[in-house]
Design a protein around this ligand. Structure first.
Ligand SMILES: [Zn+2]
Length: 337
């Protein structure tokens, strides 16, 4: 539960600890950064530290508020998350905001007598609808004493500017591949699949877990062998592959394109200086080097632009089979030059 056990984000954890220790923690914080990197873990740890009544390093893990926090039954900690109704997109509604705020200012009826303050965490705060956001804004304008608000979002620009301006921003960055791999190891995912997923995850543990599930090694192998065979790919094979890939799940299709983009960036690095740290790590350096030697920098740039364009069009719901067909035809043309 304490900061030391959370992987990465050293600067943010240090800053928050210092603010807490020096008694200058603001009443509203806004955690921003990509999905799946641990913003909520840090927020929960901070909440535990705020509510902790122990001596020395907080959270101490042994006082009553800490023990209640670990058992997910600390009544001074509230978590507000988007709720889905039927098929509609999840949303945080005004009733939810109102009742959470009301509970944070309610007189304490139970719980540890010496407890200090309360914490309200709002996850995916950008999913508050307009009435909910306005209701929260009113509360933030006249904040109740001893309540800390922690808002979390991947899309700070989707929040009301007036809410943003009342929170102290704490931006979080992506994790390093080594940090993602360590997080995977703690979750029981090890071996070459975990290693590859960590390097392909763009610093997100959530993404890495999805890649492990979708067998990222197989996707990587499919990308590499396609690039190796691209200069002499028969037309029939193009249509067969496009039909096959067109039937994949949308997430697998975009992961495949994401992996291709990473591979192309590594090849580009190798065509430029032949060295440096590769995004994919060193396991496949030989194969990437062979690809780099057989292709000119300009071709890789064109392929990369094509990959990015295809990713965009896939997101805008173009027909996947036709999209991959066009992509593979163009790709083998570029590689034949
Ligand atoms: Zn404690």
């Amino acid at each position: 539960m304490d900061f030391a056990h959370i992987i990465g984000h050293a600067r943010q954890k240090e800053e928050l600890s210092a603010m807490l220790q020096e008694g200058r923690l603001p009443h509203a914080l806004l955690f921003t950064g990509p999905a799946g990197i641990g913003k909520k873990l840090v927020a929960r740890s901070l909440a535990a530290a705020i509510l902790c009544t122990g001596e020395g390093e907080r959270p101490c893990g042994i006082c009553e508020p800490c023990r209640l926090m670990a058992a997910e039954s600390n009544e001074d900690y509230f978590e507000l998350v988007p709720e889905a109704a039927g098929k509609a997109k999840p949303v945080i509604r005004i009733d939810a905001v109102r009742s959470a705020v009301a509970r944070t200012i309610m007189t304490r009826s139970s719980g540890p007598a010496e407890a200090m303050g309360r914490v309200l965490l709002i996850d995916e705060a950008d999913l508050m609808n307009e009435p909910a956001a306005n209701s929260l804004l009113k509360t933030l304008e006249e904040p109740p004493a001893a309540v800390t608000f922690i808002l979390i979002t991947e899309k700070p620009s989707a929040l009301l500017p007036t809410i943003r301006s009342r929170c102290i921003p704490i931006p979080f960055g992506a994790l390093s591949p080594q940090e993602v791999e360590e997080a995977l190891r703690r979750l029981g995912e090890t071996g070459e699949a975990a290693h590859a997923a960590a390097h392909l995850s763009a610093g997100s543990v959530r993404m890495a877990l999805r890649l492990v599930e979708n067998d990222s090694l197989e996707l990587l192998e499919s990308v590499l062998s396609l690039l190796e065979g691209a200069p002499k790919l028969p037309m029939l094979e193009v249509f067969r592959r496009a039909e096959d890939m067109g039937k994949w799940e949308r997430t697998r299709q975009s992961e495949w394109l994401g992996i291709l983009a990473l591979v192309l960036r590594d090849i580009l690095l190798l065509t430029m200086d032949g060295g440096g740290t590769l995004l994919l790590g060193d396991t496949r350096r030989e194969r990437l080097l062979a690809l780099a030697q057989g292709t000119a920098g300009a071709q890789i740039h064109t392929l990369l632009a094509l990959t990015e364009e295809t990713t965009r069009r896939l997101q805008s719901n173009a027909n996947p089979r036709l999209l991959f067909e066009g992509f593979l035809i163009y790709m083998s043309d570029i590689c034949r030059l």
